[in-house]
Ligand binder design. Sequence first.
Ligand SMILES: O=C([O-])CC(=O)C(=O)O
Ligand SMILES: [Mg+2]
Length: 544
Amino acid sequence: MSIVLTPYWTNGMQKLRLEPHPPEPLSKGLRPPAFNPAVHIQRCLAQLRSKDKDIEKYIFLTQLKDADLNMFYKLCVAHMSEITPLIYTPTVGDACLQFSRNYRRPEGLFISIKDKGRVGSVLKSWPKPNDARISVVTDGSRILGLGDLGVNGMPIAIGKLSLYVAGAGIRPNSTVPICLDLGTDNQEFLDDPLYLGLRQKRVSDQEMNEFMDEFMYEMSITFPKLLVQFEDFSTDHAFAYLSRFRDQYPLFNDDIQGTGAVVLAGFVNAAALSAKASGRPLTDQRILFFGAGSAGVGVAHQLTSFFTLNGFSEQEARERIWLVDSQGLVYDARGTLPEHKKYFSRNDYSGPPITSLLDIIDYVKPTALLGLSTIPNAFNQPVVEAMAKHNPRPIIFPLSNPVRLSECSFADAVQWTDGQVIFASGSPFPELQHNGRRLIPGQGNNMYIFPGLGLGAIVSRVTKVTDSMVEASALGLASSLTIEERDLDLVYPSVERIRDISARIALNVIRAAQKEGVDRSTDLRKMSDGEILKFLQQRMWNPY
Ligand SMILES: O=C([O-])CC(=O)C(=O)O
Ligand SMILES: [Mg+2]
């Protein structure tokens, strides 16, 4: 028997209390005579399934988490592929949009620009800060593909952290969801009397920088063992704060690095399938990115490592990549470009702007088309057919979230390529049958990466998260497919195995951290791979 911290509420405030784990049986008379915990999970599942709308299911699960944390995670772990889309993408998108309307109880920390100068004292209201290991921090400025949602971004931090618990066995009381309120430019919310954030526009970059400097410093003081995951900051801030803080504190940006790693993993497997069909070398890839925000450029950077791992120079790797933004193909002669696009801007084209995606495909002749644009249906029939014309097995990854912003659906991509597409999307699509074949879409969502990357970083107590740790997480994921999954042409493993996958990713991350000397748990250096895997699996928190 061990002791865990269980959240409870008093006077509208969340507190934590110490409880034996598993709990002592209730005294006689306090529960129904035939109550059987093993059957109770079926009751909870039936209650969940009786709700018609996904948002109702989300609300039910949130309340279950309040009332019976253990049962909530028991359901998550036992029914991962059913529950994940409800507590996370895509339903969490609606939960964010409706957060101020559906709000019931406090969960997580809100820190606002009004706290500037005393952020430390606000952080101290968190109970047991020494137990904190992982925080997901958002400023709500670019939630999924839904734009600036202000403090309504909190559910994204909560949802990601639930996956840390369910998918990597992090203890629930080690997780700290944080939403920063730096104002919002969402006028609809500012006008809404129920909106739960400050009634002001976003602050200037300078004020935000000062706030973020104080916030990150105070976080490191209050939570000495914490890893920070930045989530859904607007593109410029995502890049700026990653580079501002990454050498000072243990942190990563999920949208740049997590998404980059998950797509690299899927791409490694997709490239092998496409090479098999075309007979051309594995590295004969030309990758077109539709969307050049934090996710698009983050993924592009990560994918260059696919080529450098296969013997290309950095320059050669960069030449395999083309970016498209709202003004079409990104190239030097087009005019001044934002900083984050410059690295991939083409210098081998100087004609008039090419703006239509179809024309760009004809010019580039890509083997892979990756969508990170949040423009629904941008990969329409002519676009997908053009990809199929150039490739026996085109790689098409519409990665925008949530599902209604996806650049195309799985069913359309299958139909328009006669089943030849190698497909992964950001949000889940159902599998289908085509000409008697079972076709299963991949889900190229960072949920495969961050639990394992975080677990490895936490267990080895890194001083910082390096590029090679992120790359190692991707390769760990890519190699985690079983033979059966490879036979089904999958590019990602089944999410039901997420805990095994997270352990394998964490092992790779730990080894990469050791190689670079950024690990502080140096005891792990003496252990074999098998011993580390066993250690990780044994230490994972389990609902009883
Ligand atoms: O949350 C997700 O599903 C993936 C992600 O980070 C994003 O779209 O911003
Ligand atoms: Mg995100």
